[in-house]
Every structure is written in structure tokens, then in C-alpha cells.
Design a binder for this molecule. Structure first.
Ligand SMILES: [Zn+2]
Length: 127
């Protein structure tokens, strides 16, 4: 195992395969803001379950932030109807994945994701 710490940074699981996540692009294809490897003082290692949820969490945050902008009348990725459709489907998928998960996610609260989905349902994008 390559990890020095040997435990998942999210749930603390040990004795399982860990992977260092590299999230190069965000949900909307923009370069993901992350520390460069040389200055990364606290590398993040996740077990299989948490690395999947970490990706969900990233997409949730991206979509949530763009929803805030859209509602506030600012420039938003979600003002494009195809991106809005894609984001809505993704949030629905995240809700389903969290519902299917056997254990409580240390990274994402399913209630928050459900609320985001409700917010998206109240928005009409004309394009
Ligand atoms: Zn974990």
C-alpha cells in the first residue's frame, strides 16, 4: 500500500485498499481547484466507498453553487438548458446512490442532496 497514513481520510477505515483522489475537472468541465502536489501538505486518501462519495460530494457542491448563482440571477452554468438537464439527472442519481448506500456517508448528507433536487424542480430554464 502506498499510503503512509493507512486510513481513509473520510471514514477512517483501515486495512482496506486506499486511493489518492485526483479530481482534475469539476462537474462542468472546469479545472478543479486543488493544491499542486508539491505544496500538498495533507494528501487525501480514501477507501473505495468514500472515493465514490467524494466524487458525488464534488458534483453536489458544484451543482449547488451554480444553483445559488442561477437563483440569484448571476451567470451560471445552469442557465444552459442542456447543462441544467445534465445537472438535474446527476443530482437525482446522487440521491439514488445515497439511498442505496448501506452505511451513512461521512461526506454527504442525503437530506441536503434531496433539498437541492427540490430546488432544481422549482426552477425553469428557458433556452
Ligand atoms: Zn472511507
Amino acid at each position: 500500500m502506498e499510503s503512509a497514513a493507512g486510513s481513509c481520510n473520510a471514514c477512517g477505515a483501515t486495512g482496506t485498499a486506499l486511493m489518492k483522489l485526483s479530481l482534475g475537472k469539476d462537474f462542468f468541465g472546469r479545472t478543479y481547484d486543488r493544491l499542486s502536489p508539491s505544496t500538498d501538505q495533507s494528501p487525501k486518501w480514501y477507501c473505495a466507498g468514500c472515493s465514490m462519495q467524494k466524487n458525488l460530494q464534488r458534483d453536489f457542491r458544484d451543482i449547488s453553487a451554480e444553483t445559488d448563482k442561477l437563483v440569484a440571477g448571476q451567470t451560471s452554468e445552469l442557465s444552459k438548458s442542456d447543462e441544467f438537464q445534465r445537472a438535474s439527472l446527476r443530482v437525482r442519481e446522487i440521491v439514488a446512490l445515497l439511498d442505496a448506500a448501506q452505511t451513512h456517508s461521512p461526506l454527504l448528507a442525503s437530506g441536503e442532496v434531496a433539498r437541492l433536487l427540490e430546488r432544481l424542480h422549482t426552477i425553469t430554464v428557458s433556452a
